[in-house]
Design a protein around this ligand. Sequence first.
Ligand code: G4P
Length: 283
Amino acid sequence: MQYQWYPGHMTKAKRMMQEDIKLIDLVIELVDARIPLSSRNPDIDQLGQNKFRMIILNKADLVSEKSNAAWSEYFKSKGYFVVQLDARNRSGMKQVNAVIEKACQEKFERDRKRGILNRPVRAMVVGIPNVGKSTFINSFAGKACTKTGNKPGVTKGKQWIRLNKNVELLDTPGILWPKFDDQQVGLRLALIGSMNDEVLNIHELSMELIGYVKVHYPGMLKERYGIEEEGTADEILTSIAEARKCIKKGNELDYDKAASLVLDEFRSGTLGKITLELPERNG
Ligand code: G4P
């Protein structure tokens, strides 16, 4: 996917978000469990003021339970409702439903006091590109639910998906813009594959990844590639190229191929369960 955000894109996304957010009670914000801070845009806190807030640690299957638990605690301590999820797996949606109900108890209570009965909670999914918003909406909505159609007067042109008698979900997610101004954030987004690899230096990126994994997950590279982990990231990449027979014409080692291989194996989770930021280091 293209991952270029110009000021124009950002302004448009922000304007759409401001409009849609008026219609809803609950913001369901998806983040990537491997980089829960770098995959957020904190502007949502201001846009989502006075709304019920839920964070979904999506792609939770790609990191360890320990990492998911640490981030859940972190976000809970900041007042969010939190769910860990693999959005491709529909069985996780029960838990999402349960948390939505909990998050909205206050709303039901408030409605009841005002004599309003049975008005469903309206929710909207938001997140930066590639965190799994469409996958989530497809899994969550499934086949069972019905589209409610346009609501005259209030939500012209908007489609709502009725999830159950209590919850309606806006069928198009709100797109948040990533925060590229911090170099570390840009690097982490590139590592998880949320930027167009064509404009990135794959070799440098793999060096960063190897250096990080060597320090924070000792033994993982050795285990996966059957190589020694001592030495610089460059030397480790050479060992991986040899171990995986990444060879070009003329019998030379193909470093680009080895670099892509390591990145691909990280992104798919084949290398192991790796979190690129943890609350104690980054929060
Ligand atoms: P977006 O709407 O936020 O832009 O994200 P989208 O749903 O398109 O998901 C982006 C990629 O992330 C997709 O992979 C999707 O399958 C994957 N994905 C979504 N949720 C999860 C999850 O919980 N765990 C894991 N491991 N992956 C998840 P893709 O390779 O771009 O597409 P596809 O090959 O799956 O079609």
